[in-house]
Design a protein around this ligand. Structure first.
Ligand SMILES: [Zn+2]
Length: 167
């Protein structure tokens, strides 16, 4: 019977988008892995030895050696470990220290904790999302914020403004 056939086709057509929507919902509910609690072995496998030493063992790159201390291009600086945006190039300034320096971080992207190594009391800056060591925060910044985020290039991934990701 043609009517029966039409009914079946109609059902198929209307069911298809429903099935797709269900699949999308399921994907959205997939939990994001908790990066903060990942063991060091996870990062050792994921990162280059240099990036691992700096971001996971709190090493500091030698001044004037990193890839971004002298970068003046417009864009954003992401965490080299997890990819969240940490700094905007608009916040970057020339500190003449040999490390990329910023006068503020993106909202909700970093946190600080006291670092008492090398007989100094410093504010260590870490990525709020994955716990990567980024650098230190000082209160001697030359701009109105008074802050100087002194950050290792190895902790950052620069994304130039206008760079469109190929699909
Ligand atoms: Zn991160």
């Amino acid at each position: 019977m043609p009517i029966k056939l039409i009914a079946i086709i109609t059902m198929l057509i209307f069911n298809l988008p429903l099935a797709q929507a269900k699949e999308n919902n399921t994907n959205e509910k997939t939990p994001i892995p908790d990066l903060i609690s990942q063991p060091n072995t996870y990062w050792k496998n994921k990162l280059s030895p240099q990036v691992y030493q700096i971001t996971r063992c709190s090493a500091t790159e030698a001044p004037f050696t990193g890839k971004y201390w002298n970068n003046h291009e417009n864009g954003t600086y992401k965490c080299s470990n997890c990819g969240i945006v940490l700094f905007d190039s608009k916040s970057k300034f020339d500190s003449h220290t040999g490390w990329p320096s910023f006068d503020k971080a993106m909202d909700n992207s970093v946190k600080t904790r006291t670092d008492s190594s090398y007989s100094m009391e410093r504010n260590e800056v870490i990525c709020k999302n994955c716990g990567a060591h980024l650098g230190h925060l000082f209160n001697d910044g030359p701009t109105s914020t008074g802050q100087r985020y002194c950050i290792n290039s190895a902790s950052l991934d620069f994304k130039k403004e206008g760079t469109v990701k190929k699909k």
